[in-house]
Design a protein around this ligand. Structure first.
Ligand code: GLC
Length: 747
């Protein structure tokens, strides 16, 4: 009996060590077994060189999204079978030409997979992902990804490096723009929605593309908010916060992951077998493949964990990084490393199996030119239905931060409107960063949106006033003259599209340049003033938030942004967005997020010895979940179906929401929970549910949520993912601050 048990333990250990963790067998769907047989047959034919070729990815010429590591003859490399994938090559003609080299000129005719950063649209550009998340509309988010996949796949692309699912608590970090904000619960739902949107129900269909959850992992926790910087967090924080959206993406069937540039606690993600093998490939049973980020294999030399490219290649391949994007370390070193016995062939076979599996699932072996139909490309790109959806998402994603005296919505006729600011007439900035094949010329600026809506009904006097990040004030006078002539002032201010995204961290996150100075001059004139903000991150705007009566957060609203903003400003749409990232009062408060710990000395105005600043509040300027409407909502009657939750009996939480204003509108009703006592410290609030609910003016609706024991689980003192009996508080409201409170006990 003992021998049998030992054998069982030994075989599991070998399975784990083999790095495959492919739990084949009884639970593998029949079609996968057919694919696995085809992969087995192909692997048996492949030389070591051909296998390493599959693990090598080069960038093409349509875009360059990373540093240049020297010239390569990509065509010759493909024909010799040294390339498994290319990125940044698009268009059915280009893709057909390149695919031909792989399929017709190589010995085994293995097709390439074509990747591109289709982050928030291919040519029909949607609002940036941070904006989309502020819609809290998962169906609309999934639809946006579906449309992006439809257009990208019509242009030869079958793999997107999205969704970016990094939790971000530091707005200095430019890549906060690419994700879904600071909350793991919302981030997980958005991750799954985007994966489903990109991948659809059938990866082999010609309008679906394989997704890529990135950047695995904890890239958003970079010290100082500085891109690529050091991350040092506990395993508990890693799992409770940063890994949750990645797990959700894996559970949604995401076909690929991209490892991040950063280290975690001294180990770069590219060479982190705990992250790539123990958690992703074994614990989560992930059967797709991991691609490195651009050059990140070779960058382990800079990290100081590899002395040279050979060390870096060995470390990455052994740890579970299956494909090397652009560093050439695998291409130049892996064959020798295997021949010298320094890298076990099993890691190569596992990586190639995973890559081939995705290529089979995409249908590329059945028809390598499936994504090369010029008719589809012509008919689908910039389709009117896509443009309409992009506008609708823009409307849903905007957040009304202030509306003192109900200045908004504005009257459409009989007014002179001064339109001031460097973003007023900008088309380029509407599409934000990471906008794939998006073109500024396709976009509608705010100026164009206003003129299209108002025609001659009102007069628009435009003055740029100043640049985005320049110190030049010579345009101030023209702006002030325009303001003097006007009944109402529309300010279009913020960041340029290049001030967020990759390698775009900012140490100072107020309005750049002299924009705030111009606002102060204009406010002195005492006219009704509305600020429309264009930005890719929360900004530090305390003076503006106090003195500008109406503020609409438009983010980078995409290809129909100007029209969407005009609809909201003039009441043809009612704002319904809610913040997914905290706006701090000052940069000194960062990191500042709603689901923080209580500490042993939580802030108290009655105590000197308390967690606070001498010179700043602890409170945010605008909290997570915050957003106004043109109407108002009142919350009442928070009720729980029981005061005790037993293991398998869920609780129902109900709250009444009344539309107490003059507009039919939508409200994002939010449910938070607090675990009062745990074996480890627990956040003061955690989002556990939300519903975006249409409520007619004067109406009251009861909104119910189901809470289960599983919703209360976390990593306990022993790192077990469990719930613990005890008291829980429940909160319901229209943001994370202004809430009704209840409580229950978990037995
Ligand atoms: C970039 C980014 C990553 C992107 C990749 C390919 O460096 O970090 O998000 O997908 O390279 O463009």
């Amino acid at each position: 009996m003992k021998t049998k048990l030992h054998l069982l333990i030994l075989s599991f250990a070998i399975l784990l060590l083999s790095g495959s963790c492919n739990k084949q067998g009884k639970n593998t769907p029949p079609e996968d077994k057919m694919t696995e047989k085809k992969i087995d047959a192909l692997l048996r034919q492949m030389t070591l060189e051909e296998k390493v070729g599959q693990m090598n990815q080069y960038s093409g010429w349509v875009d360059t999204t990373g540093p240049n590591f020297g010239d390569k003859n990509i065509f010759e490399e493909i024909k010799k079978g040294w390339v498994g994938s290319v990125l940044n090559i698009t268009g059915t003609e280009n893709v057909r030409m390149i695919q031909h080299m792989a399929v017709d000129c190589t010995r085994l005719h293995i097709p390439l997979i074509f990747g591109l950063d289709v982050i928030h649209g291919y040519r029909t550009i949607f609002p940036v992902p941070l904006a989309e998340a502020c819609s809290w509309d998962l169906e609309a988010i999934e639809q946006g990804a579906r449309i992006a996949a439809t257009e990208a796949s019509s242009a030869g692309i079958n793999w997107t490096f999205a969704p970016m699912v990094d939790i971000a608590r530091d707005p200095r970090w430019g890549r906060i723009m690419e994700g879904a904000g600071e909350d793991p619960y919302l981030g997980s739902l958005v991750a799954a929605a985007r994966v489903k949107g990109f991948q659809g129900n059938d990866l082999s269909a010609d309008n679906t593309i394989v997704a890529c959850a990135k950047h695995y992992a904890a890239y958003g926790a970079a010290e100082g908010g500085r891109d690529y910087n050091t991350v040092d967090i506990s395993e508990r924080t890693l799992r409770d916060v940063y890994l949750r959206p990645f797990k959700a993406a894996a559970e949604a069937g995401c076909g690929t992951f991209m490892n991040s540039f950063n280290e975690i606690g001294g180990i770069p993600s590219t060479g982190n077998s705990h992250l790539l093998r123990d958690i992703l490939k074994c614990e989560w049973n992930f059967r797709g493949f991991v691609v490195s980020d651009w050059g990140s294999v070779g960058e382990m030399i800079n990290h100081g964990v590899a002395a040279n490219k050979a060390d870096a290649a060995a470390l990455a391949a052994t740890a579970g990084c299956d494909m090397d994007m652009e560093s050439r370390c695998y291409r130049e070193e892996l064959v020798n490393l295997v021949r010298q016995g320094k890298v076990d062939m099993k890691y190569i076979d596992d990586a190639v199996r995973r890559i081939l599996r995705i290529k089979f699932q995409l249908g590329l072996f059945d028809d390598p030119y499936r994504y090369c139909n010029p008719e589809r490309e012509k008919n689908l790109i910039l389709h009117p239905d896509h443009l309409k959806a992009a506008k609708e998402m823009a409307i849903k994603s905007m957040v009304l931060l202030r509306n003192e005296g109900n200045i908004l919505p504005l009257k459409k006729s009989g007014q002179t409107i001064a339109l001031i600011g460097p973003l007023a007439a900008s088309k380029d900035d509407m599409i934000g960063g990471w906008s794939a094949l998006g073109q500024g010329n396709d976009a509608v600026s705010l100026y164009e949106g206003l003129t299209a809506k108002l025609g001659n009904a009102s007069r628009i006097v435009y003055a740029r006033g100043c640049g985005i990040a320049e110190e030049n004030r010579t345009g101030f006078q023209e702006a002030i003259n325009a303001v003097r002539k006007a009944d109402v002032i529309l300010l279009a201010m913020g960041e340029s599209r290049h001030m967020s995204g990759e390698a775009s961290s900012r140490a100072c996150i107020d309005l750049p340049g002299v924009q705030e100075d111009l606002i102060k001059e204009i406010i002195k004139l005492g006219k009704p003033t509305v600020l429309v903000l264009f930005n890719g991150r929360p900004l530090v705007i305390p003076w503006i938030a106090e003195h500008v009566p109406a503020i609409l957060e438009a983010w980078f609203p995409g290809i129909r942004g100007g029209e969407a903003i005009a609809d909201i400003l003039f009441g043809d749409a009612v704002p319904s967005g809610k913040l997914v990232t905290t706006f701090p009062h000052s940069i000194g408060q960062i990191p500042l997020y709603y689901n923080h710990k209580n500490t042993g000395r939580p802030y108290s105005p009655d105590s000197y010895y308390t967690s606070r600043y001498l010179d700043e509040t602890n409170d945010p300027l605008f909290p997570f979940g915050y957003g106004l409407s043109y109407t108002t909502f009142a919350y009442s009657g928070l009720q729980l179906s029981d005061s005790v939750m037993t293991g398998n009996k869920p609780l129902t939480v109900t709250v009444t929401v009344t539309n107490t204003g003059n507009y039919d509108a939508e409200e994002v009703v939010q449910l938070y929970v607090r675990d009062m006592v745990g074996s480890v410290t627990r956040p003061v609030k955690e989002l556990k549910g939300f519903k975006k609910v249409p409520i007619k003016k004067g109406e009251s609706v009861k909104v119910s949520f189901t809470l289960t024991e599983a919703d209360l689980r976390f990593y306990d003192i022993n790192m077990n993912f469990v719930s613990e009996p005890g008291e829980f508080r429940v909160y319901a409201g229209g943001n994370s601050r202004d809430v009704l409170e209840g409580s229950f006990w978990l037995k």
